[in-house]
Design a protein around this ligand. Structure first.
Ligand code: CMP
Ligand code: CMP
Length: 414
């Protein structure tokens, strides 16, 4: 006796299974109930719009039920339809987040709470070895720095690994935002379209992260990222990113809005641009005498003093012939003042060291955010950089001596 398999059954069960594996629901029955209810609702809705109802529900539609429940961009339904078939062959994790997101939405964490809280948390089981590598890769990611342990653990649970090959487009400019990426290894070029042509604007070398902008502001991808070597990336899905990082950002905005407004450096930025600075900054606390910057080190951050005082020092030989070095204080920064811009502007090692005097709290911006957001503040920075020379001449004597000194110790000045 032959048993007839109803048309669409395989696809239906396949899509459901994919969602179960992806979401790992605690209550399978409840999850199934929600899944099939929404599937049915969707089918009914389509029927009322005269869409194709003859076949069984298409898998691409079925797997998108989570975002449907979140009601993100419901006005983009038609665009999403075009993507559905392609999404079915796409890797499981990326499917429900690949949508056209055209409007720059203002995030309201309280509003999103209710809808998002209903969704199951994404979990990707990891081996101990993977978890260890992941923790290492995430250690210096500023966007994760202010998370509490529970939030960090949710991020670590949700992240999944992706191996990248040379030449692979990890992100294409203007696409929808699916994941946020943390680099574990590999090099990646950043291209931005300028008057229709791709312009290389920077690269990542075995560290850092990218892909946060489209997820934060619900905008199309702002750059193309191409792997220039084989590599490994950790990917955080859009939903988890928004749940955790955006809520954290909303808190940060409330906390730093007033302080940011007082910073003379940022006066050339629009209010919205200043808020974008807040979104990507992190805070770091230092204890008395702790080193914040070491002269000669490679630079990847920029600092603004929120509280306490920071001593800037430079090492120099005691005499012209002497190899013995002494550390001389050249400046002090207090609340609202910044440091650590010089190496980022000149693309050279740190010109001086910085130490905490008492307990110090700094706002920290990573190099990519610095380059992207603080361009309009460059005039003010350059004016201050011009004063460094003068300051050093006052302290150490003629510019020629300083020049010799900087050649010896590898420090830099413009
Ligand atoms: P997103 O727009 O989501 O995707 C492309 C990513 O490239 C972007 O987020 C940033 O994380 C990263 N990026 C690095 N440099 C730039 C730049 N100069 N302009 C825009 N995006 C950049
Ligand atoms: P950077 O070179 O990145 O790290 C050390 C920082 O010390 C430097 O940026 C400046 O922000 C700061 N600094 C303050 N005074 C001076 C000075 N006279 N010369 C160089 N750096 C200075």
């Amino acid at each position: 006796m032959s048993i007839e398999i109803p048309e669409g059954l395989t696809e239906l069960l396949q899509s459901f299974t994919v969602e179960v594996l992806r979401n790992q629901p605690r209550d399978l029955l409840e999850f199934a109930l929600q899944y099939f209810t929404q599937l049915k609702e969707r089918e009914t809705k389509e029927a009322s719009f005269g869409n194709d109802q003859n076949s069984a529900p298409r898998p691409g539609k079925a797997v998108n039920f989570i975002e449907e429940a979140m009601q993100i961009d419901s006005e983009n339904e038609e665009e999403e339809d075009d993507d559905d078939d392609e999404e079915f062959i796409a890797p499981v994790m990326s499917r429900f987040i690949r949508r056209a997101s055209v409007c720059a939405e203002a995030f309201n964490p309280d509003e999103d709470d209710e809808e998002e809280e209903k969704e199951p948390w994404v979990t990707h089981p990891k081996t101990d070895e993977q978890r260890q590598r992941l923790q290492e890769a995430c250690r210096d990611i500023l966007l994760f720095k202010n998370l509490d342990p529970e939030e960090m653990s949710q991020v670590l649970d949700a992240i999944f690994e992706k191996i990248s090959i040379e030449g692979e487009h990890i992100i294409d400019q203007d696409d929808d935002g699916d994941n946020f990426y943390v680099i574990e290894s590999g090099t990646f070029n950043i291209f931005v379209k300028v008057e229709g042509a791709e312009k290389l604007v920077g690269c990542y070398d075995n560290r850092g992260s990218f892909g946060e902008l489209a997820l934060m502001y619900n905008t199309p991808r702002a750059a193309t990222i191409i792997a220039t070597s084989p590599g490994a990336l950790w990917c955080l899905d859009r939903l988890t990113f928004r749940r955790i990082i955006l809520k954290n950002n909303a808190k940060k905005r409330k906390m730093y809005e007033a302080f940011i407004e007082t910073l003379p450096l940022l006066t050339s930025l629009e209010l919205s641009e200043r808020m974008k600075v807040v979104d990507v900054l992190s805070t770091k606390v230092y204890s008395d005498a702790q080193q914040i910057i070491a002269q000669g080190d490679l630079a990847n951050c920029f600092y603004v003093v929120e509280s306490g005082q920071v001593r800037i020092t430079m090492t120099r030989s005691r005499t012209k012939k002497d190899q013995e070095e002494e550390e001389v204080e050249i400046a002090t920064c207090s609340r609202g003042q910044y440091f650590g811009e010089l190496a980022l502007v000149t693309n050279k090692p740190r010109a001086a060291s910085a130490y905490a005097v008492g307990s110090v709290k700094c706002l920290v911006l990573d190099i990519k955010a610095f380059e992207r957001l603080l361009g309009p503040c460059m005039d003010i920075m350059k004016r201050n950089i011009a004063n460094y020379e003068e300051q050093l001449v006052t302290l150490f004597g003629s510019s020629a001596e300083i020049e010799q000194q900087s050649v010896r110790d590898g420090s830099n000045r413009p």
